[in-house]
Design a protein around this ligand. Structure first.
Ligand SMILES: NC(=O)c1ccc[n+]([C@@H]2O[C@H](COP(=O)([O-])OP(=O)(O)OC[C@H]3O[C@@H](n4cnc5c(N)ncnc54)[C@H](O)[C@@H]3O)[C@@H](O)[C@H]2O)c1
Length: 360
């Protein structure tokens, strides 16, 4: 295990992407969002993704420095095409469009198609919340079959995250609910395969219906830092919340995939890309002078006051775990498994990026 100060990790990752062919601004942007995911504790969406992103750039399945195309643009609705640009570049452009429209009209719907991996959906709800907006996001992954629907064992869904963000005035932490509809995100299985935190014993299902927490269910046999390829495994991740999570995942495919025009996860071979259907709302248009925030504060207190289910336990609100991790890791650094670090270094070497002493 290695623990790296976030600024140093960020500058190293930025250099990798700049050497790999991105502009310096894009390299910094990718490094910013990947390290943010590590900071909030979602290592599955952090720098562990560097080798895959570098491979995708080399293979031409993700493109450097893209600008979204507006396919449809009305005062309250836009359909935009990310043209397979990095999610960290094209998604904030789509979110900014939603922010601008919702500030004008009170509400806006933005359908984003063909975005490269957009990382943690919570980043986009945080961006909207920082601009004072509520947002709801239905996300899917075209071309990514990883999850079995409730009642089935074969892969029919992507890990399809769902996210809601609510700003709170006076500098109070925004409320951010952000999760994969899969019982665990694929990246969590990836982290476990590198010797990181294990996934629950019922996170996956084998073709014969047996529950599994073993990463080989998803990736097949695993050796050292070899690429973890979901197509090599026979099993599937399960959805959370039985039929309810499976139903929410289904709607992420329909709204994030079908409605945006990016396509659902399958069937048949499709280019890997995120789709995101987002709804933005401005509390300024709800006519109560932000009375919701006072009611929300009272409710948070009431919610958290429930007697803990286990001695010493605690009731947390959406986003609380991430805020605590951010405070801790900003101060103490980002822990990385040895295999993760070795794979990042190998990716760096492949594009001629050097770790300098001012970095790590
Ligand atoms: N881009 C993509 O294609 C893609 C696909 C899947 C997932 N993701 C991302 O993966 C990330 C991780 O998803 P996940 O499903 O593993 O997250 P998770 O299971 O850790 O759930 C996170 C959510 O649960 C809340 N939470 C955590 N612990 C809690 C507790 N003890 N009590 C109450 N609430 C608690 C968090 O505040 C957060 O809102 C997300 O950021 C998601 O957007 C992205």
């Amino acid at each position: 295990m290695k623990t790296i100060p976030v600024a140093q990790l960020q500058s190293f990752v930025a250099e990798i992407f700049t050497k790999a062919g991105c502009s310096a601004a894009e390299g910094k942007r990718i490094a910013h969002y990947l390290t943010q995911a590590n900071l909030v504790g979602h290592d599955s969406h952090g720098v562990i993704r560097v080798p895959r992103y570098v491979e995708a750039l080399k293979a031409g399945t993700v493109l450097a420095d893209q600008t979204i195309d507006k396919v449809i643009d009305t005062p309250v609705l836009a359909v935009v095409d990310g043209k397979y640009g990095f999610g960290q570049t094209v998604t904030p452009q789509a979110v900014q469009l939603g922010i601008d429209k919702a500030k004008q009209s009170g509400v806006a719907v933005i359908a984003l198609r063909h975005s490269g991996h957009l990382g943690r959906a919570g980043d986009w709800a945080e961006m909207a919340a920082a601009a004072g907006l509520i947002s709801i996001h239905f996300v899917n992954v075209a071309g990514s079959l990883l999850v079995a629907p409730f009642g089935g064992v074969e892969r029919r869904i992507s890990t399809a995250p769902f996210c809601v963000g609510v700003p709170m005035p006076n500098g109070q932490q925004a409320l951010i609910l952000d999760f994969a509809t899969a019982l665990v995100a694929e990246g969590k299985v990836l982290v476990a395969s590198n010797g990181g935190k294990k996934v629950p014993d019922n996170a996956m299902i084998e073709l014969d219906g047996r529950m599994s927490g073993d990463p080989t269910t998803l990736y097949g046999p695993i050796a050292g830092t070899s690429a973890r390829l979901p197509q090599n495994g026979k099993g599937a991740i399960r959805t959370f919340g039985e039929h309810k999570g499976s139903g929410l995942a289904f709607m992420c495919e329909i709204l994030g995939g079908a409605l945006t025009g990016g396509g659902t996860c399958g069937p048949g071979p499709r280019q890997l890309a995120n789709g995101m259907l987002s709804i933005y709302m401005s509390p300024d248009f709800f006519g109560s002078d932000h009375a919701y925030a006072e009611e929300a504060r009272n409710y948070i207190e009431f919610f958290k006051s429930a007697k803990p289910a286990t001695p010493g336990g605690e009731v947390l609100i959406p986003g609380e775990t991430e805020a605590r991790n951010r405070a801790d890791r900003t101060k103490n650094g980002v822990p990385l498994q040895d295999d993760t670090w070795a794979a990042i270094q190998a990716a760096a070497k492949s594009v001629g990026a050097e770790i300098t002493t001012t970095q790590i």
